[in-house]
Write a new protein. Structure first.
Length: 308
């Protein structure tokens, strides 16, 4: 070691290391096979399909990048669906993060019955998404819906909600709060990891409750914020069920989410090539926003290990 030479490994050590390597790859082989078969394989096929014109009934015709050119130059609903999806994502993600964090902070103060409250708040996650959307369709009904009936108690005439082009997308954004239960659980896990010694030091310095939240809690849970933000962006940009079940993309394309627009081309118009091209555009959009979030994380995400 003193002369810079690496220590030699005995034959027995080499065999043991080789056995460990083989065991490792054998254990992860089901995941590797599943990843290649169910993710990489379909992605390659979908890219191949995006370069063709194919209606499932006739042979595919190679057209190069014409599907992509058509999307960006000759499809007005393409940009409408992107606009709707961006509005939905950039409004619902911050709203979900803020509301779920507020609820988690309240639950974190509960000393007795915390498990009961966690269970109550987690129940919406286990309810079927289709059933929830049907429920919200009744809630948003402008004539018999609970929401407008509640507003009527105060003499307020409620809007048409999902049946009104001006209110349909805000209604879906508001409805997205139903699914914050899983995010609340993750917030609670992050809050439980904040060191009490940091709060004690802040108390000694005379910090107010808001100062402790801003200068102690927020930096400490920044990795949790980062995780929830990434998952929220990916999930919101892939939103589909709301438009499929509740609005059909209407009224007047006001809720035409990109994923639903893609589905219509694939399974209503049987334009599998064009739908595949749209899927790759969506993949690129998600990748861009994910990479931008990762790139910015070095400026605001704090890891305790980096300080040591």
């Amino acid at each position: 070691m003193k002369d810079g030479k690496k220590p030699e490994i005995s034959k027995g050590g080499k065999k043991a290391r080789r056995r460990e390597t083989i065991t490792f790859y054998l254990l992860i082989s089901p995941w590797i096979i599943g990843f290649l078969w169910f993710i990489v394989g379909p992605m390659i096929i979908s890219f191949w399909m995006s370069l063709h014109r194919w209606d499932l009934l006739t042979d595919p015709v190679f057209i190069g990048f014409d599907n992509y050119t058509r999307a960006f130059t000759n499809d007005p609903l393409f940009f409408q669906s992107l606009r709707v999806t961006f509005i939905f994502a950039f409004a619902s993600v911050p709203l979900r993060l803020v509301v779920s964090l507020m609820v988690a902070l309240l639950l974190n103060q509960v000393k007795k019955g915390l498990r009961i409250f966690r269970t109550i708040y987690y129940i919406p996650v286990v309810v079927s998404g289709i059933a929830v959307m049907v429920l919200w369709m009744f809630i948003f009904n402008p004539h018999i819906g609970l929401l407008n009936q509640f507003l009527a108690l105060f003499g307020i005439e409620g809007p048409g909600w999902i049946f009104d082009p001006n209110w349909a997308l805000p209604s879906l954004i508001f409805m997205s709060l139903w699914g914050i239960s899983g995010t609340i659980i993750i917030w609670l896990a992050g809050l439980l990891g904040v060191s009490e010694s940091l709060y004690e030091a802040a108390d000694l310095d005379g910090a107010s409750r808001f100062q402790k939240f801003w200068y102690v809690t927020m930096p400490s849970i920044s990795p949790t914020i980062f995780f929830n933000l990434i998952m929220g962006i990916i999930g919101a940009l892939q939103a589909f069920g709301e438009a499929f079940v509740m609005t059909g993309g209407g009224p007047r394309n006001s809720t035409l989410l990109f994923n639903f627009y893609l589905w219509r081309h694939a399974f209503e118009d049987f334009r599998m090539g064009y739908a595949s091209a749209l899927a790759w555009v969506l993949f690129g959009v998600i990748m861009i926003f994910t990479l931008l979030t990762f790139k910015s994380s070095s400026m605001w995400v704090y890891y305790e290990s980096e300080r040591k």
